[in-house]
Write a protein that binds this ligand. Structure first.
Ligand code: TXA
Ligand code: MG
Length: 335
């Protein structure tokens, strides 16, 4: 008889490195969200990551490095624009999609000719990457399609019994996943908005294009692999309202995800992300607040959109995708 695996919370990066080297799955903190790590060049360990998350194999993983000296192990070349982005934002919440080295297993890149690379800005993540002394593939450490984890407890909530350990590094500082940028074309393309605002990227590269999901295509046929119809999604139905709308509780038990100083009445639960409306604070608290509302057996969650600038754009992207199919259904019906 096999015993169910019990996931341990650990605090020593060296212990996490030993487990990873032995082919085990270990979640680890980064400044954005917790990642579910596996040695990137170990195809079996990478396959186990897809299995633990129940992630479709068309969605490639990001490879994490301790520093740029390791780039030749996983990429074929580094275009000039990528070099400038790396100088400006690494270590930090930016993933650069680069031509892949043939050494990287096909599963990591979902058979693409490119690989997403990131150097995280978190002391425990960097200590781990140095101790393991190899690139680590790591998607966000949550079951596929769910809300991303920003604490070790969030990781356990979704993956307990499916992975070996979680390296606890406290709550994530940024709270939104990295910005994913492709430099394959002459004009850089943002594939996912995230912890580095588009405006800051444009200061380095000039004008960028933002890839958009095509609602007429299946998830596997989107312009970029991560553009899924339902993502970052709580179980409770989520409805998005405009920043200046007055929120109204539409059901007996309605929750509110908001920011700013007004205190609307009539809600069964309210999560205010930042009283001053500070977008960094909103981002840092976003996923934990969404999870908290989702755990309270509410009939619905109303979420207030953010100003469409800086981190507000990435936050609005997560909100739209958390509301997912509902928004697309409304748009296709012309509502
Ligand atoms: O902040 C983050 O990026 C976190 C931490 C752990 O680093 N990781 C993360 O991983 O959010 P994940 O797997 O949840 O999201 C990775 C995104 C997906 O949308 C994936 O499609 C995209 O990056 N991606 C990865 N490699 C790619 C590639 N070669 N081409 C295009 N998109 C890629
Ligand atoms: Mg994810």
């Amino acid at each position: 008889m096999t015993h169910p695996l019990h996931t341990r919370i650990i605090h020593d990066p060296d212990e996490a490195a030993r487990l990873l080297t032995a082919g085990k799955l270990v979640a680890f903190p980064t400044e954005t969200v917790y990642g579910l790590g596996a040695v990137a060049l170990n195809a079996d360990a990478v396959a186990a990551v897809f299995a633990a998350k129940q992630r479709p194999q068309f969605d490639p993983l990001i490879v994490h490095l301790s520093d740029t000296s390791r780039l030749p192990e996983v990429v074929d070349s580094v275009p000039e624009t990528a070099r400038r982005l790396a100088d400006a934002f690494w270590p930090g919440p930016l993933t650069i999609v680069l031509p892949r080295s043939p050494r990287v297993p096909e599963l990591v890149t979902a058979g693409r000719s490119t690989v997403g690379i990131r150097i995280p800005d978190h002391p425990a993540a960097l200590a781990l990457l140095r101790a393991v002394d190899r690139p680590l593939a790591a998607p966000s450490a949550n079951p596929f399609g769910g809300v991303s984890p920003t604490t070790a407890w969030h990781v356990l909530h979704g993956l307990n019994g499916r992975i070996h350990a979680v390296l606890d590094g406290g709550p994530c500082r940024v709270g939104l996943e990295s910005t994913v940028v492709s430099v394959a074309e002459s004009e850089p393309v943002i594939l996912r908005m995230g912890g580095i605002p588009v405006e800051e990227i444009e200061q380095v590269t000039g004008k960028v294009r933002i890839a958009r999901r095509n609602p007429d295509l299946e998830d596997g046929a989107q312009p970029a692999p991560g553009m899924l119809s339902r993502h970052y999604a709580p179980r409770t139905p989520l409805f998005v309202i405009e920043p200046d709308a007055s929120p109204v509780a539409t059901q007996p038990r309605t929750g509110l995800l908001t920011w700013g100083s007004s205190q609307p009445a009539g809600f069964a639960a309210v999560e205010c992300l930042s009283v001053t409306g500070d977008l960094r604070e909103c981002a840092a608290n976003f996923f934990a607040a969404l999870r908290s509302l989702d755990s309270r057996n509410l009939d619905a969650i109303i979420a207030r959109r953010f100003p469409e600038i800086n981190l507000g754009r990435a936050l609005n992207d997560r909100l739209s995708r958390a509301a997912g199919w509902r928004l697309e259904t409304m748009e296709s019906r012309g509502l």
